[in-house]
Design a protein around this ligand. Structure first.
Ligand SMILES: Nc1nc2c(c(=O)[nH]1)N[C@H]1C(S)=C(S)[C@@H](COP(=O)(O)O)O[C@H]1N2
Ligand SMILES: [Mo]
Length: 566
């Protein structure tokens, strides 16, 4: 009997793992059971050293930008999901090769003990299955079936997968049936196929061995796994689409109200990004491949630690006990490169942290709030800051509707002037403590303060909006974009063309003192290739930092330039 090759093992491993992935996906869509590749990916993202994770993220963002496949905001999550699935496929392929390799080695029994193929497959399945089950069982993420059922399902799925590998080895080795004892195995099918005319040989171990056409088996296996994969993915995909809540745009605040700066004197140059980001376009960044789904009925905001009156509040209580506040906010990720798309503006609604703290009575010893989220994310906020700045806000609505799942339902915090990494989504508890502690990204080497850098961006050189003034020359082309400096405001934006003088742009009244400012510069057009550069100044006159620095650890600095052939 020829032992199947390691290469065949790799192929069988890849085929079975593809089917496994589809089945896990379908089970997730049907019953909310954990999807192993994403859980493992998320676990790795949390467990690996910060420098490794940052390197991975930077590489991905650089790749996305270099390939021009879209902005990181749109591509990052799908890219992560693809990576996670490819990771499982690679692991499954290697495991298939390993199982077949083990069967070739005489130490394991080799092809003389074909029964061991199932054992070898089950060992592979249990090693992977237990590892993933452990990750699932210890994951902080909420989910309807709970960690025990999730872990059990994962283990069973991987065991079945391993048994499939072993069974395939047996079929490729020509093992027809494995009799339990020395009892004679039943003769092969009545009519032997012409492809396999030689009679089955009976080995000493009670195993019927029959030559097989390995190519035919592989083609059949490929066909069967393809059917399972396509069916699972299609059905799962259909379920996922069917469940997508019809995002009711008409309920949004912006659908029913004019923006507060309506009628502002300066019109944006055509091609400038929307001043108010449509809710579905708000960038998303977090440590989860799939955003955690919190059920409102199960959720409480736990306020504990050094407080006089610990509280456990429902979402309705958070909304009704404190005066709702509305703020227009530009949020940005500290990983946003110069002119990147990891920044958005919407209307945030919530309860001032100051009123919540006054309500629960903070002990004089308390200096900080430890904020913890359902996904294991956490950050620390100075109590003095929350008491001094009433804008620090527990947020439960974006654009007048409950926070979308991916933006932190049911509760997130807003801290003016800080990058997103300081502002947990999916908050579950707030603990008053007497010492500062590093938060999730700070522990991984990022800035402790994460104060937003001043930044300015050219969105458009609107050649199609060229204006020909009746009697004044020359023709002008509107150039426009945004400038933002956290909560510090923008006093001035300037544009330079090639090596010319810096010239002042006009500023549109912003939506609020903490949002970006839309600027516009009507450039006296001249033909040829030009380089446009923009810079801004904060409200107090501080210039934007022109020296280039990378996003890590404190946010990108440097000026945005754009080349255009006019
Ligand atoms: N619980 C939790 N909160 C989080 C994060 C996270 O991974 N988990 N990421 C932070 C980061 S890095 C950013 S930039 C913002 C992004 O918020 P958004 O996705 O709503 O735009 O969420 C912050 N809050
Ligand atoms: Mo971020």
């Amino acid at each position: 009997m020829r032992s199947p090759t390691i290469k065949a093992g790799a192929l069988v491993g890849a085929l079975f793992t593809t089917s496994l992935t589809a089945i896990l996906y379908l089970a997730q869509q049907i019953a909310g059971l954990p999807f192993a590749p994403f859980r493992v990916f998320d676990w790795m993202a949390r467990a690996l050293p910060g420098s490794v994770v940052t390197f991975g993220i930077d590489t991905m963002v650089a790749l996305i930008r270099a390939l021009r496949v879209g902005g990181p905001a749109d591509i990052a999550k799908p890219a992560e999901q693809t990576l996670a699935i490819l990771g499982l496929l690679a692991t499954g392929t290697v495991a298939g090769a390993a199982v077949f390799g083990a069967m070739r080695s005489s130490r394991f029994g080799g092809s003389r003990s074909p029964r061991r193929a199932i054992t070898a497959g089950l060992i592979a399945g249990s090693v992977l299955g237990l590892a993933v089950a452990l990750i699932v069982a210890t994951s902080p993420l909420p989910g309807p079936p709970g960690p025990v059922l999730g872990a059990l399902w994962t283990a069973v799925a991987f065991l079945a997968w391993g048994a499939g590998l072993g069974w395939s080895w047996q079929r490729l080795a020509g093992v027809r049936s494995v009799a339990p004892s020395s009892a004679a195995a039943p003769p092969p099918a009545a009519a032997p196929s012409p492809a396999a005319p030689s009679p089955a040989a009976e080995s000493s171990t009670g195993v019927t061995v029959e030559p097989v056409d390995r190519r035919t088996f592989m083609i059949r296996l490929g066909g069967a796994t393809a059917v399972v994969t396509v069916a699972g993915a299609a059905l799962g995909g259909a379920l996922a689409r069917g469940r997508q809540p019809a995002s009711d745009a008409s309920a949004r605040w912006s659908s029913n109200n004019p923006l507060p700066n309506t009628g502002a004197a300066v019109d944006p140059a055509r091609g400038t990004r929307p001043e108010f980001t449509p809710l579905d376009d708000h960038y998303r960044i977090d440590i989860n491949t799939l955003p955690p789904r919190v059920a409102e009925v199960d959720w409480r905001l736990e306020i504990a630690g050094l407080v006089d009156r610990p509280a456990s509040l429902t979402l309705a209580q958070v909304q009704s006990r404190y005066e709702p506040m509305h703020q227009f906010v530009t949020l940005a990720c500290i990983s946003n490169p110069i002119a990147g798309d990891l920044t958005s503006t919407t209307r945030w609604t919530g309860a001032s942290v100051r009123s919540v703290l006054e309500d629960v009575g903070v002990s004089p010893d308390a200096t900080h709030l430890r904020i913890r989220s359902v996904d294991g994310f956490d950050e620390t906020l100075e109590i003095a800051l929350a008491m001094a700045d009433a804008r620090v806000m527990l947020t439960y609505a974006f654009d007048g509707v409950p926070l979308p799942t991916k933006h932190g339902f049911p509760l997130r915090i807003y801290i003016p002037d800080r990058y997103g990494m300081k502002q947990p989504k999916w908050i579950q508890s707030i603990e008053a403590v007497d010492a500062w502690e590093a938060g999730y990204w700070v522990r991984r080497g990022w800035d402790r303060e994460a104060r937003m850098r001043a930044t300015s961006v050219i969105d458009t050189v609107a050649a199609d909006m060229m204006m020909i003034d009746a009697d004044t020359q020359p023709m002008r082309v509107p150039i426009g974009g945004i400038a933002h400096a956290g909560a510090r405001g923008i006093s001035r934006v300037e544009v330079r063309v090639d090596d010319g003088e810096w010239q002042a742009a006009t500023l549109r009244d912003p939506l609020s003192a903490t949002t970006w400012v839309v600027w516009r510069f009507d450039w006296p057009f001249s033909e040829g290739r030009h380089t446009f550069t923009v810079r801004c100044f904060e409200r107090d006159g501080t210039p934007q930092i022109a020296t280039e620095s990378p996003v890590r650890p404190s946010g990108a600095t440097g000026l945005h330039t754009m080349d255009r052939m006019m």
